[in-house]
Design a protein around this ligand. Sequence first.
Ligand code: 6R9
Length: 671
Amino acid sequence: MATLRGLRTTPQCFSRAIFHYSKGQKRFLCLSKQANSQLAFVSSEYNEIYKRSIEDPDKFWGELASTRLQWIKPFTEVMDCDMNVGKHRWFMDGLLNVSENCLDRHVNRSPESVALIWEKDEPGTHETVTYRELLKMTCQLANTLKNHGVKKGDRVCIYLPNCPLAVATMLACSRIGAAHNVVFAGFSAEALASRITDAGAEVVITADQGVRGGKTIDLKRTVDEAVSKCSGVRHVFVMSRTGADVPMGKKDISLEKAMSEESAECAVEPMNSEDMLFLLYTSGSTGKPKGIQHSQAGYLLYTNLTFQHVFGYEPGDIFSCVADIGWITGHSYVVYGPLSNGATSVLFESIPTYPDPGRYWETVQRLKINQFYGAPTAIRLLLKYEVDWVKKYDRSSLRVLGTVGEPINADAWHWYNEVVGEKRCTVVDTWWQTETGGIFIAPRPSADNSTPKPEFATRPFFGVEPVLLDSEGVELHGNNVSGNLCIRGSVPSMARTVYGDHRRYLETYYTTFPGYYFTGDGALRDKDGHYRITGRVDDVINISGHRLGTAEIEDALDNHPDVAESAVVGFPHDIKGEGIYAYVTLKEHALITPEDLRLQLKKLVKKEIGSFAAPEIIQVAPGLPKTRSGKIMRRILRKVAANEFEDLGDVSTLAEPSVVEGIVNEHKKLI
Ligand code: 6R9
């Protein structure tokens, strides 16, 4: 087969490159390893395929769904969607089973291929699980659930650390048609209880303890406390992670013991394309958490396709997304995307600084990871340390470095590209959301020969049509424009509703800008038509009529050699409406005095953006308040900046709640 670079053939051939299983060919039809890893689709092919995907989504997605997924009964109609009423219906009347797509079809071909590599918290230790073993585990779990009364359509709550059994529980749910509701095993009992109640889950699956960064976390104790508030829970299955002697009550069942009594075979439940696959609650930073509901076929197809093409995954590669399965990134790019492709996926149980800041790169060296997918917050944390923590490990296996979750500032992007990737890897800044299910904007597969663009997620994936609207809802055409990022037209992986509250779903996403899905983010489309996400639109500050993205100011601050990380918020200002308050944290060996730093930072912002953007107040903070998924909780920073520290709201979801006290104390010294 011709290689992509050398290929001078019809666009149809390129389009066939994205059909994975077509005509009995199991892999790419057109892409060579070299082309795929370094170039992906060159710009012209990307443009051609992209155009077709937007002009004729019915044909585009219909062909992909029938070639890439395994169906029990083929679908009869590709799409029935109406963005005016938030309606997304894909692959109607089709029946399939997600666990069969993720397991059985690979076991039939290559049972001993490695599905998961569990990078355990204990440094230097990992375990591998083959597709055959994962199928066995999944079937035993599925039978266990069935025999304890779990049926199609039920919701099962999973509160587990990153480990193979956690993945198997997700797949077991999908095998029997139950929807999983994974709750990150760092949420408090209160947060867990509210999710169990909202989802109406009658079964909870947990572990005795979790281990992260060498510390044990009493998961079972948290579940006990949560379940005491949820009368609807009938059974709690307890997996053994540390072997701790945890008290077992009337509802509690040892998971391993129950599984050992079950058969290793379990027939799959045929599921309609539009049946619910899972619920995932969005972080509670605004109001009550929302149970984002995803479907079977549309979600699976989209994660399957994006996984292969955004990361340039090739058979035999070792892919590592270091997210926790408790977040959408873990769902889509630790579990469903990789496993539906028959890939090897690393499950990372630890933290980036345990036992030292070299952890990621030691893991890369030991497991020979080809694609590494992480969060900017971790990158910013690691760049505070000496580069030797990176350089002493062999990273030659790496080809793609991905980021997700928040805007990546230029400093972090360059460090990732230059220090970690030695400028040989493709950095993919991927923009998407829990609601979109999969990556919507990313440099791959649209990579061309132009120089990489730090901070730009760049171009939409096939089938995704981003639009920018002004505050009146008027579409901003052309390039060099900024506005509210919306999506025109449906994409198979879009969330279908907010569980139990369709009205809230419509109000949140479809009423602000009728006819579009509103992302809640702001974006800039530059002269080349590339997208840069500027942050949540609720983070925009208006200073004397100048609209400024907080990310823009932070980026300027981050350019200072002593600054590790920064967060900017607006605070009420008598004359300007809003003033700028900047929180900065310093790198490990920074010696600069706070006075000098403030002067230099103001100068830097003036230089980078303009005088109006210079922060009035700069606090050298001991740390930034972050959720456990690494997002800075600006709500808290805004309140402190506004002197409202008596009512900081719920800080229980913070990774380190004590940081807040330090910030308040520093603030009091400043004013
Ligand atoms: C996948 C995930 C979604 C929000 C999203 C945006 C921010 C995600 C980003 C990014 C800039 C990126 N976000 N990726 N901002 N550049 N590459 O993170 O989902 O937890 O639902 O968060 O995260 O603000 O709206 P989720």
